[in-house]
Design a protein around this ligand. Structure first.
Ligand code: ADP
Ligand code: MG
Ligand code: MG
Length: 889
């Protein structure tokens, strides 16, 4: 038989699903023998039934009344008993903590009669009327739906007429008057009267707490925190204790350690002569807990003992709410407390030192997201003024620099040793040099996975994107904020990529000690505690993880940094970035060549440059695998923009001059190569199959770099990766060319060249025919960005700004599938490819090199899917190491 009500004695912390976090922990404290006012919990199941049927479940009233009788018997008085009333609190509390999102009603049981009784037995008339006015206010707003601001206005008016600012200076008569006013207010607003019957008060308060699960605030909070909508809240009914009984009473909140730094030692706030709600409501200034030690050393000592008990019992930082009634301490709530990233690492390490946690448990207590937060410099939050604008927090961290409006200017300033922030409407691949040179990227358009966001995150560069309040005028080199402030080029601005805000001037920065430690091994005096804690967590993760972690890196500098960050190789070395800048000219010649000889000339000129690229990277990653991907993007990406060319030609013609013949030739080529859908056009393996000589040149550059490094005594481990394969035949043909060139170079040089040849799995067809493809591939690497695009039919550049926020709101997905791998769809393809690929070739090495390789949730998936490694941007390497370790626990 279903049961809806549990006494505190019958519950425990493992019953949070049924009793809510608050109820379960109150039960746990009761069991531990801590002083908890007695009470019972109405289960979330009762709430769910109420919310789905719109009616109280049968028997609920009977069960409540049975447990109420228990409370009354123990107290020796009845709920609302006129001469000496038992009073109750009715508190909300869901499975997952939703602080302040739902309702609580205190002092249930007071009415026109029992308030007199309470005044008499307590010997404190003021206290009795204060409690009554609180009840009428809370009941009026929470249960009867009166706007709580109206009650506050009445209170303010009264204080004004008495010439006081603090409610401590109101007396019993004042509160009695307020009760009258509040009752009238309720009658005016609702046409209903405040119920005098304690039983009715209790029943209606319980239902109101049920209903508060679906309040607007609660729903919004759940959506943001990804808490399911169908859990419901439990309701805790508890005997009241009173912090508002005078100077020897009060309420407070406390933490067993400092939740900001994790440092051991009690930490909290206390408010004398107050009920608990007052502490957070900020109606009077609280005092630090240390002050309580002076005011009431006995209670303070007990509090300290109880908190020690709790921390030892929960083996973690706890926060608590407590009340002191005339020198007697009562514990009203506890839970494992929220904390900053810094505190999370510090606490995990310290609890391990104290022998409370094993190293594995400590690892489970920290997360990759917390680590990422510690890796970016931050603004000193207390020192920033009003924001110029807000946008999406696309890539966290803080940066300061002069606003610049094109890539070249950012590069110029960086070369001159200046710091710049690149401001664009949106960025394009051409802006890459400027993005690299700038401290931060700010765009007025685009979502969290727009070009600016993805590239910036990849580089660990601060980025705020989609700051729609800004009008960016690139030609005039300035942007305008919504209130009309104009920011000209060269003006210093600050970009907070963690909060998505932009400030005028240079907001003060706090450095990331963790990055400094990873880069140089320095611990820094102030930060040694956190730096050591992070290092220990990473060490533990390295000890237990099965997944290898590689980095995506295209330059020797990035490769070296990735290695310092713990990368075990390069999982993706893109070659397209090597075709930009000064080499563009040569690439252009190759594309425009109309004879074999002209094409070969261009390729020959590119060859030594490519070889140099690879030599540098292989040297930086000596002894570790470097997976080099053959050219992937469509070739017209390397040609000038079609519109720009057309405009240039038209301008020349309008001025009566002959257009540059080179421009005319380029325009013809660009028009010829134009694609409606470049993402699905001539790119990837298709390029190699139709452009003669391109693959051969790239493979020769790789092979010659291997030879050079081998001759220099190194241990180069190059792997050649073919992108965008959909059919085994494509790979077979390309592979023949690759093997042929490798053999040729080995023969020419007399140095053996062994490079495994593998493919990316980034098309659904590749995943579905992985068994065949594995016959030609020595390794697979999932390109989850393209695989997500092609599986969902989403063009990443178009969908995010257009409708992703609507999709998130409607709950179609809980996170963008470009950020967190879609397990049900894309993940299923990964599973098929792994199983069929390994069936065909048992020693097939399998990794992933999309953005997802550095996403915590996705890393856990790749672990369970049986992959060998994940590869991500250098700055995500520590995060991936940590999460790969946690996945293996
Ligand atoms: P929230 O979830 O918003 O923290 P609570 O249910 O914890 O709401 O109630 C808010 C405050 O009301 C508590 O911090 C506590 O101070 C006070 N309170 C709740 N129950 C009691 C009680 N039985 N006696 C005295 N004060 C109480
Ligand atoms: Mg609380
Ligand atoms: Mg791809």
């Amino acid at each position: 038989m279903v049961r809806y009500v549990y006494d505190f004695h019958e519950g425990g912390r493992d019953m949070a699903g049924l009793l809510g976090g608050k109820g379960a922990n109150l039960a746990e404290m009761t069991r531990l023998g801590l002083p908890v006012p007695p009470g019972f919990v109405i289960s979330t199941e009762a709430c769910r039934t109420f919310l789905t049927t719109g009616a109280e479940p049968d028997r609920l009233a009977r069960e409540i009344s049975r447990h109420l009788t228990g409370l009354e018997t123990a107290a020796g008085r009845l709920l609302g008993q006129p001469g000496n009333p038992l009073l109750l609190s009715v508190r909300s509390g869901a499975r997952f903590s939703m602080p302040g999102m739902m309702e609580t009603v205190l002092d249930i049981g007071l009415n026109d009669e029992s308030v007199l009784g309470l005044a008499k037995v307590s010997g404190n008339e003021r206290f009795a009327w204060d409690s009554y006015r609180r009840l009428v206010q809370m009941f009026g707003s929470t249960v009867m739906g009166v706007d709580s601001a109206l009650f506050e206005q009445a209170m303010d008016l009264l204080k004004e007429s008495r010439g006081v600012t603090d409610d401590l200076h109101l007396d019993a008569g004042d509160f009695a008057e307020l009760v009258d006013q509040y009752k009238n207010l309720i009658a005016d607003e609702t046409g209903d009267t405040f119920p005098q019957s304690p039983a009715e008060q209790l029943r209606r308060a319980v239902l109101a707490v049920f209903a508060s699960w679906n309040g607007e605030r609660a729903r919004l909070y759940r959506r943001r925190e990804h808490i399911p909508d169908d859990l419901g809240t439990a309701v805790t009914v508890q005997r009241m204790v009173f912090g508002n009984l005078g100077h020897d009473s009060g309420s407070g909140v406390a933490f067993t350690r400092d939740p900001a730094t994790g440092r051991p030692g009690l930490y909290g706030d206390y408010l004398a002569d107050a009920q608990g709600e007052d502490v957070v409501a900020g109606i009077r200034n609280t005092v630090p807990l240390a002050e309580l030690e002076r005011l009431d050393p006995t209670s303070y000592g007990r509090l300290r003992d109880h908190m020690e008990t709790l921390e030892r019992h929960y083996r973690d930082l706890c926060d608590i709410e407590f009340t002191i009634e005339r020198g007697t301490l009562w514990m009203l709530q506890t839970r494992v407390g929220k904390r900053t990233a810094e505190a999370a690492f510090a606490i995990a390490a310290e609890l391990t030192d104290e022998g409370i946690l094993t190293p594995d448990e400590a690892l489970a207590r920290v997360s990759g997201n917390q680590l990422a937060r510690l890796m970016f410099p931050r603004f000193d939050a207390s020192a920033t003024g009003d924001a110029l604008a807000h946008g999406l927090p696309a890539s966290p961290g803080a940066a300061v620099g002069a606003a610049v409006f094109d890539s070249a200017e950012a590069v110029r300033r960086a070369a001159a040793g200046e710091k710049a922030v690149l401001v664009r409407q949106e960025t394009a691949p051409d802006d890459l040099p400027g993005m690299i040179a700038a401290q931060a990227v700010l765009t007025s358009r685009g979502g969290r996975t727009s070009h600016a966001a993805v590239v910036a995150r990849g580089m660990g560069k601060v980025c705020v994107c989609g700051a729609e309040e800004l009008t960016v005028d690139t030609d005039a080199r300035r942007f305008t904020t919504r209130d009309g402030t104009v920011v000209e080029e060269g003006t210093v601005i600050s970009v907070d990529g963690s909060a998505g805000a932009v400030y005028a001037g240079a907001a003060p920065l706090v450095d990331s000690a963790v990055i400094r430690h990873l880069e140089t091994g320095e611990r820094g005096e102030q930060s040694a505690r956190v730096v050591d804690a992070v290092a220990r967590a990473l060490q533990q993760a390295d000890d237990v993880r099965r997944l290898e972690v590689r980095a995506n890196a295209d330059t020797p500098e990035d490769a070296a940094r990735a290695r310092r960050f713990g990368a075990q190789g390069i999982g993706l070395c893109r070659t397209e970035h090597m075709f930009l800048g000064e080499r563009r000219k040569l690439v252009e010649e190759m594309i425009l060549a109309d004879t074999d000889a002209a094409r070969e000339r261009a390729l020959d000129a590119l060859l030594p440059l490519q070889r140099q690229d690879f030599t540098g990277i292989l040297e930086a990653m000596d002894g570790l695998p470097v997976t080099i991907r053959l050219l992937d993007p469509p070739l017209h990406e390397f040609l000038p923009n079609r519109t720009d060319l057309a405009v240039r030609i038209a301008t020349a013609e309008a001025q009566g001059a002959a257009p540059d013949p080179h421009d005319t030739e380029l325009l013809a080529a660009v028009s010829r190569m134009h694609e409606e859908n470049p993402m699905l056009g001539l790119r990837g393996v298709r390029l190699g199959l139709v452009i003669p000589g391109l693959v051969a040149m790239q493979v020769r550059a790789i092979a010659e770099a291997v030879v050079e490094r081998t001759r220099a005594g190194g241990h180069p481990e190059a792997e050649i990766m073919v992108p965008l394969v959909g059919a085994v035949e494509e790979l077979r043909i390309e592979r023949e060319v690759v093997e042929h060139v490798l053999a040729l170079v080995a023969e020419e040089t007399g140095v053996p060249v062994h490079c495994p040849v593998g493919t990316m799995i980034e098309l659904p067809r590749a995943a579905l025919t992985a068994g065949h493809i594995a016959e030609e591939a020595e390794f697979f690497s999932f390109g989850t960005n393209d695989l997500t695009q092609t599986t969902w039919g989403f063009s990443r550049d178009d969908v995010e700004a257009a409708f992703f926020s609507a999709y998130l709101d409607k709950g179609i997905f809980a996170a963008s599938p470009f950020e967190t791998l879609d397990r049900a769809g894309v993940g299923r393809l990964v599973g098929i490819a792994v199983a069929e690929g390994r069936a065909a070739r048992p020693d097939l090495k399998i990794g992933v090199c999309g953005e997802h390789g550095g996403d915590p949730d996705s890393v856990h998936f790749f672990h369970s899917a049986g992959l060998d490694y994940v590869s991500c941007s250098p700055f995500r390497v520590p995060v991936a190491r940590l999460e790969a370790g946690r996945a293996a626990l």
